[in-house]
Write a protein that binds this ligand. Sequence first.
Ligand SMILES: *Cc1c(COP(=O)(O)O)cnc(C)c1O
Length: 381
Amino acid sequence: MGYKFATKAIHAGQEADPTTGAVMTPIYQTSTYKQAAPGDHKGYEYSRGTNPTRKALEDCLAALENGKYGLAFSSGMAATDCVLRLLQPGDEVLTGDDLYGGSYRIFTKVYENYGIKFTFVDTSDVAAVAAAISPNTKLIWVETPTNPTLKLADVQAIGEVAKKAKVLYVVDNTFASPYLQNPLDLGADLVMHSVTKYIAGHSDVVMGALLMKDEELYKKLFFYYNAVGGTPGPQDSFLALRGIKTLHLRMKAHCENGRQVAAFLQHHPKVEKIYWPGFETHPGHEIAKKQMKDFGGMISIVLKGADLKETFRIASNFNVFTLAESLGGVESLINHPATMTHGSIPKETREKVGVVDNLLRISVGIEDAEDLIADLKQALS
Ligand SMILES: *Cc1c(COP(=O)(O)O)cnc(C)c1O
C-alpha cells in the first residue's frame, strides 16, 4: 500500500467487515470455522493458525514496517522463540552485549541447552560485529536503541555485514517503534517487536510480532507459529489494533516530552550521567539522526553518589511517574533495571555494560511535560 504512516496506522489490513459493514474490525471470538465440504473453507480453519482479527493486525503491522508478511504472538518472547526455532544445534548467534533481559535469558538459559551458541558483542561497533562472524554464524540479532543504556547500532552497516556473510539478520525494533525506524528498509530480513510497548501503547496487552518481506522466510516461521501455537487471541488483537490508530500521535508526544525531560535532567545536580540519543554528545547521535525519525522517549540516568538504598528511595518517591516494569505506554514509568527488567542478568555482566545499581530507566509518557518535570524535581530533591 502506497499510503503514508498515519493512514496505514488507521486503515492497513482493516477493510470494513464484509458481512455487516462494521467499520471497526470485529473481535472474531471463535476457535473454529465452518467448512462447506472437507477442505472447502474461506481461508480460516482453526484459530491457533489463523483468525480474522489477528490477521487484520498482522497485515497492519507488516504495512507499518514496510514489509509484506506479519505474524503476531502472545508475547514478544514468543516471537523471539519462533525465530530461534529456525536454528539447529551447532549454529551460532551473534548478538549485542546490552540486551533486553528476557532476550538474554531465553538465549543463555533456554537455547544454549539445545546446543546453540551465543556471542555477545558491542553492536555499536560494526567492525567488532564483522570480526565476530564465524562459519557457524546463522543469525545476527540486534537491538537499537539498546535497553537500558540506549546505545545505537548502525542498522544499515550491520545489514551489509550480514548480507556478505549470508546470515539471517533480525532487528528488535521495540524501543524505536515502526514510527521512528524501519529496519526492513535498511537491510534487515526480519523485524521483531514487543507489541506490548509503544505499538499497543496503553499497557493493557502483552503481545509480540514478526514482520518481513520474504515469502520463504514467512512460510518457515508460520510453520513454527502454528505448530508451537504461541499466538494471541482476538480480544488482544483488537486492543492492539485500536492502540495502533494513534501510534503516530503518541510517538510525536513521547519524543517531544522526552526532549523536555532530557533537557531538565541533563544539568540536574543529582544526575551523574544521562543516556538519551538526542544529545549531540551521545556517541550514537549521528547514527540516530540517520536512521530514526526522532529520538524517542526512553531516557536512563545514573544518580550521583547514590547507593542501592538511596536509589530505591528516589525510585519510590514519584507521584506522576509509576514505578513499574515495561515501557512505551501513555503513562510515564520509572524502572530500576538492575533489580527489575534486568534482574536475570548476572551483576558482573550487567555492570560491564553500565547497568549499575544507581541506574534508573525512564519511559516518558504523554502527560503534560510540566507535570512530569515537577515530579522529577520533587523526587530527586
Ligand atoms: C519487552 C521487550 C521484549 C519482550 O517482549 P514481551 O512482550 O514482554 O514478551 C523484547 N525486547 C524488548 C526490547 C523489550 O522491551
